[in-house]
Design a binder for this molecule. Structure first.
Ligand code: ADP
Ligand code: GLC
Length: 488
């Protein structure tokens, strides 16, 4: 089966969050299953800076709104196999950020990602390789199903589409006057398709036109059909409920496994946890925490945005030293959260360490060196860090929402007895409920056999991509059938 996987960020080339991890790992898992998968993504400045320069293999000419533009196509490969085509259009992508700078989105993001989508289709037409399914991800690629279904080009009538929502809160919403730049019929600017409270909503139209929809956990697939987490699109999603599937993300264990993690000072596995103690000491040293082996160390690696429950951590931060626990936070995002956390670090030297910035190596050190990992998210479509934490023997403390609810089993006496418990889960989005879960973790930490059981249960879980990849293949088959491309 031929699948074109299109994403606005792909690790290791470009990354702001979990979408990049998924886009780097899922295509490789699909090609291991024998699919002919190709990936397309923008050629950002970050790709070049990361040392991923690649040769041009062609170019496409686009005519958006009358001004002719050329984009070069460059060729590379993902570690693990699949070929990657980069869309190289310097005015759009040779910039310091992927989507914006200094907390501000680029004002021309509609133009940038509309150009990207057109370039993808133009290249497929030119490349002599027609996919049976285009797998689109988030609003940046949501125009693809729209162009496929509204174009007069006969080629597209046999190409199916799957649109995966990684985070419904980001919809690609723009001022109404930008609609004309999309080159689409005016009558699609209506509440049924693009129009959303007087503005252009790219994700909404994608959700209407894609053959099949998915999101990144079963719980989130249900949650987004409700007003609480539907972000105003719940009725669009409910209308398409029969075509909407939830598939929990997997983990790329070639990158995220303490047994072979090349970022770590030493490697370790479930059979020998002494390496984890070494990683803890190295982490304490690195971030300036007191180097005490017995003190419980909590960690967090996150975009510092409302979604992630940072306000709960800020509200409780002073309790950690008071309870004899250390905390290390790595993140970047909302300047208010950054400042509040940094102040906490200054108030509690040796106990609370805060690093503002994006640091891949430190993210791995925190996963390995901490005893417990905090993800008190307000909502969480899938979440990857709790899955990484499990593998690193770092017990997750999470809120029961989205993919966190689907992967972390609360340490109740019964679940511990059954050997299923792997973390601590709280319900209510309040500092009290969050701190209650942390206190339960602290109590368990003092009870070595309970803690070791939690650690070992987490480390032995298997969230590899192979299982999830099989479910995506099923969705590709459904999308293909919709187009009548194959009579199955
Ligand atoms: P989201 O995609 O919502 O940000 P996920 O849990 O799916 O959340 O994935 C987050 C990914 O981004 C993980 O790989 C995590 O380690 C990484 N990450 C987030 N913030 C940082 C940071 N400041 N430095 C390094 N890695 C980060
Ligand atoms: C989004 C979500 C996160 C998910 C990631 C990859 O950024 O916030 O929960 O893991 O996409 O699907």
């Amino acid at each position: 089966m031929r699948v074109l996987f299109v994403s606005s960020e792909v690790a290791p080339f470009s990354k702001t969050g979990g979408l990049a991890d998924v886009s780097g790992a899922l295509p490789a898992a699909l090609s291991r299953r024998g699919l002919d998968v190709r990936v397309m993504t923008p050629f950002y400045r970050a790709v070049v800076q990361g040392g991923w320069a690649s040769a041009a293999c062609g170019e496409v000419t686009l005519d958006p709104g009358g001004s002719v533009q050329t984009a070069r196509i460059r060729e590379g490969t993902l570690p693990g196999g699949p070929p990657v085509w980069f869309v190289d259009h310097p005015p759009s992508f040779d910039r310091p950020g992927l989507y914006g700078e200094g907390g501000q989105d680029y004002p021309d993001n509609l133009e940038r990602f509309a150009l990207f989508c057109r370039a993808v289709l133009a290249w497929v037409q030119a490349a002599d390789w027609v996919p049976e399914v285009i797998h689109c991800n988030d609003w940046q690629t949501a125009l693809l199903p729209v162009y496929l279904r509204t174009s007069a080009e006969p080629l597209w009538s046999r190409v199916g589409s799957l649109l995966t929502v990684h985070n419904l809160a980001y919809q690609g919403v723009f001022p109404p006057e930008k609609y004309a730049l999309l080159g689409l019929p005016q009558d699609l600017y209506s509440p049924r398709y693009f129009e959303f409270w007087g503005r252009v909503n790219l994700l909404k139209a994608g959700l209407v036109f894609a053959d099949i929809l998915s999101t990144v956990s079963e719980t989130y697939a249900r949650e987004i059909q409700t007003p609480e987490l539907g972000c105003g699109l719940e009725s669009v999603l409910r209308e398409r409920a029969a075509d909407l599937y939830g598939i929990l993300n997997g983990v790329d264990y070639t990158v995220w496994d303490p047994r072979n993690d090349t970022y770590l000072p030493v490697r370790y596995g479930p059979d020998d946890l002494s390496g984890k103690a070494t990683c803890k000491a190295a982490l304490q040293e690195e971030v300036g925490l007191h180097r005490t082996p017995s003190v419980p160390l909590f960690g967090m690696v996150s975009r510092l945005v409302e979604q992630k429950g940072v306000d709960l951590v800020v509200a409780c931060v002073d309790h950690f030293p008071a309870a004899g626990a250390q905390l290390v936070v790595l993140g970047t995002g909302d300047p208010r959260y950054e400042a509040e956390l940094q102040n906490a670090g200054r108030r509690h030297p040796g106990w609370v360490a805060v690093r503002i910035g994006f640091d891949e190596r430190l993210a791995h050190w925190i996963e390995a060196g901490c005893d417990a990992f905090l993800m008190p998210s307000r909502y969480e479509p899938s979440g990857l860090n709790q899955l990484y934490s499990l593998r690193y023997g770092t017990v997750p403390v999470v809120r029961r929402t989205g993919g966190l609810a689907d992967s972390v089993v609360d340490a109740t006496p019964e679940a511990l007895e059954r050997g299923e418990a792997n973390g601590f889960v709280f319900e209510e989005y309040t500092p009290g409920a969050f701190w209650g879960a942390v206190q339960r973790a602290l109590a368990a930490y003092q009870h070595r056999s309970t803690w070791e059981k939690l650690v070992r249960t987490g480390m032995s879980a298997d969230f590899s991509w192979d299982r999830a990849a099989g479910r995506y293949v099923d969705l590709y088959r459904l999308a293909r059938r919709r187009r009548g491309a194959v009579p199955s």
